[in-house]
Write a protein that binds this ligand. Sequence first.
Ligand code: MN
Ligand code: MN
Length: 463
Amino acid sequence: MATAEELKKQLGYEKKSFFETADDAEKEAALRYAEGYRDFIDCAKTERESVDWTVKAAEREGYRPYRWGDKLVAGGRYYLNNRGKSLYLFRVGTESPENGIRIIASHIDSPRLDLKPVPLYEESGMAFLKTHYYGGIRKYQWTAIPLALHGAVVLRNGETVRVRIGESEDDPVFYINDLLPHLAAEQDQKPLGKAISGESLNLLSGSAPVEKGTESDEIKLNLLRLLNERCGIKEDDFLSAELCAVPAFKARDVGLDRWLLAAYGHDDHVCAYPSLTALFAAGDGKRSLCCILADKEETGSNGNTGMQSRILADLIDEIAAATGTDANLIRANSECLSADVAAAYDPNFPEVYEKKNAALLSRGVAVCKYTGARGKSGTNDASAEFTAKIRSLLDREGVNWQLAELGKIDAGGGGTVAKFISVHNIDTIDIGVPVLSMHAPYEVISKADLYSAHRALSAFFRD
Ligand code: MN
Ligand code: MN
């Protein structure tokens, strides 16, 4: 008879640490891989910057711009730049696309503070820019930290002015005031979610008047003057602008062993980046591949740059038309990894996790069969069959991975783009890197899990 230890090995399931399974060469490769990601995350804080960065990288890999109606050929590499805010990179394989397209979808928008259309005002010796938060932020986390202003202003004549203030060391930053503890007695009694209101998230942006300050709004005018000098914009140009305040932090290693990485916007750049390296590593091949970098995930995937738009379906229609194949058949045989971050188990808040089914740090990329809330509502629940297919692929390739859900039942919930892809009759499952302090201005991931994500997504594109 087998011993207990043997039975455990033969029949049991246990999550394994990357450090237990990886050899020295793989550990070294993981640390090296994270350096490429560091460059991406520091350059690409908004969806527009992520698209710009990716287009440059894709062109180096032989990808060419595709415009609706362009001719597509087997073996071609293309990218559809959707309004500078979302991107569809695809390789048309040499075999019939009716065998299915392998799709990896992640998102490149992250929670932040957008400027209001009429943002600028002066009060008590200070100029401020009013913001309207974007995505699920915990408002108290955004006060008293350095913020940078990123985005685009489109002028009346259609010309676009790109803005990036506060990223270089000698650049000024923006700031949101918070209350001093000495006077916070009443605020301290409020629930955390109510202590800081959305309307108080105003960016401190200046304090010196244009002259002596004896006329009204001279500080505001001075700020307008400086903005005009630097970016060539006027106050009414804010009306047609997408400017956002994002943390001015650069990515930094956390911990003396340097295996953790803190940065703004890991959600979901930490999945977007490995999807790109997986695509580029795939080179040429028989199968058609598609890498989607979506916008608007953090606000519900709406609009024509979000995953609820028809663009993916339209693109598949175009591929079908170009290759003389059946679009419905392509969709039916396609498969998608919805690459989005998972919540890493945090021992400081054990009450919201169910540890057996939580994503554990350094235990590999997390596969989530379902997300959602209140009894699996609002989720793509991947079938057991598709889950088994992915499971066997990852095991075959020796990828360090774990199965996980978001947190304790009814503790909250969340969603991804998965359900907006599976609705097209495409088998879809969630997979992603576990993140600590998700949606905070500075989030933390493990470089081990990042590398596992790269290996998992590469296996999916190579298979
Ligand atoms: Mn996400
Ligand atoms: Mn998110």
